[in-house]
Ligand binder design. Structure first.
Ligand code: UFG
Length: 325
């Protein structure tokens, strides 16, 4: 089956593309390269540089390539930027997804796996978070992802589009044999920044707040390896193609680590002292985000292989030292 991956030049998208190819799929990538890297796209994928918001272009790709399913990653994803420039996020994430969905339904493409986020929940009511918990995003980024989920649901009602929305928690690690990994500009995520300290590209890591109600006062997050995440996307696609019911799944490990625990783990993996400075809390950071992924484990038979944070950090460290984009 031919699969279209939007945003296949991004961090998570490029890993999903490589995994799909390893599993024998024909992969077509659409990416406008506004934040992605052409070097990250597996050379066995067919690449189109273009915009998912361009209806004529998308219809042409979907029809010419005889696409059976779409995995939709293309989006802006910086929480801080989304708060100061909501227009950019609504226009790109929500507006262009609307065009993609129209192009899909007009071209008879019935299956979509959507890259959603734990940010759709906002400050959680319960931990671990269940898919049925209330969604009340505390930032524009999460709000746009929730709007995209809802839009997809309405297209299901109108056109019979089948969907799986995957809400993931904190993605980490890198491919173990191909030289691809996380490369955002600016980088805002914890693990790459910690590793930039270890590689000498930064002097210290700023810890945003140590007065949260957690064991060491720093925020708790649930980390998931990017390869396990890619595997979940393929399972979700196969589930849809075999007539699985449209639904939402959380993807995480079910275990939480504090910011200081992550720094300590990186110290062990890299052998570097990684100096840290405690600073003010970052606006909008929930104290604790941990997923229940029981639903994905049961229905998609998803079994993450790399739940050990030492492996995630070691793979990210390998990438940090061999980065080529
Ligand atoms: N942190 C620091 N210092 C840094 C960077 C981060 O202390 O320099 C802390 C943050 O305050 C937070 C934790 O490390 O407590 C993790 O922060 P990240 O920015 O790595 O990740 P977030 O949890 O904020 O967000 C990530 C993704 C979002 C997604 C969200 C869902 O970046 O896209 O997970 O939980 F929406």
């Amino acid at each position: 089956m031919n699969i279209l991956v939007t945003g296949g030049a991004g961090y998570i998208g490029s890993h999903a593309v490589s995994l799909l190819i390893e599993r024998g799929y024909n992969v077509v990538v659409v990416d406008n390269l506004s934040t992605g890297h052409i070097e990250a796209v597996n050379e066995k994928a067919k690449f189109y540089q273009g915009d998912i918001g361009d209806y004529e272009f998308m219809t042409r790709v979907l029809k010419t390539e005889d696409i059976g399913g779409v995995i939709h990653f293309a989006a802006f994803s910086l929480v801080g930027e989304s708060m100061t420039n909501p227009f950019k996020y609504y226009e790109n994430n929500v507006g262009k997804t609307n065009v993609l969905l129209k192009a899909m339904t007009d071209s008879g493409v019935k299956n979509i796996v959507f890259s959603s986020t734990a940010a759709t929940y906002g400050e959680p009511e319960n931990v671990p978070i269940l898919e049925t918990d209330k969604t009340f995003p505390t930032n524009v980024y999460g709000e746009t992802k929730l709007s995209m989920e809802k839009m997809i649901k309405w297209y299901r009602g109108a056109f019979g589009l089948n969907f799986v929305c995957l809400r993931y928690f904190n993605v980490a690690g890198a491919h173990q044999t191909e030289n691809i990994g996380e490369a955002h500009n600016p980088e805002t995520h914890l693990i790459p920044i910690i590793l930039q300290v270890a590689s000498g590209r930064r002097e210290f890591i700023s810890v945003f707040g140590n007065d949260y109600d957690t064991k060491d006062g720093t925020c708790i997050r649930d980390y998931i390896h990017v390869i396990d995440l890619g595997d979940a996307h393929i399972r979700a696609l196969e589930y849809l193609v075999s007539d699985g019911e449209s639904t939402v799944f959380n993807l995480g490990s079910g275990e939480g680590f504090t910011v200081i625990e992550m720094i300590d783990a990186a110290r062990r993996v890299t052998g570097h002292p990684i100096p840290m400075k405690v600073e003010e809390r970052r606006t909008g950071d929930p104290a604790k985000l941990v997923a229940s992924s029981e639903k994905a484990r049961t229905i998609l038979k998803w079994v993450p292989k790399y739940e050990d944070i030492n492996i995630m950090i070691a793979d990210a460290w390998n990438w940090e030292q061999n980065k080529r984009y």
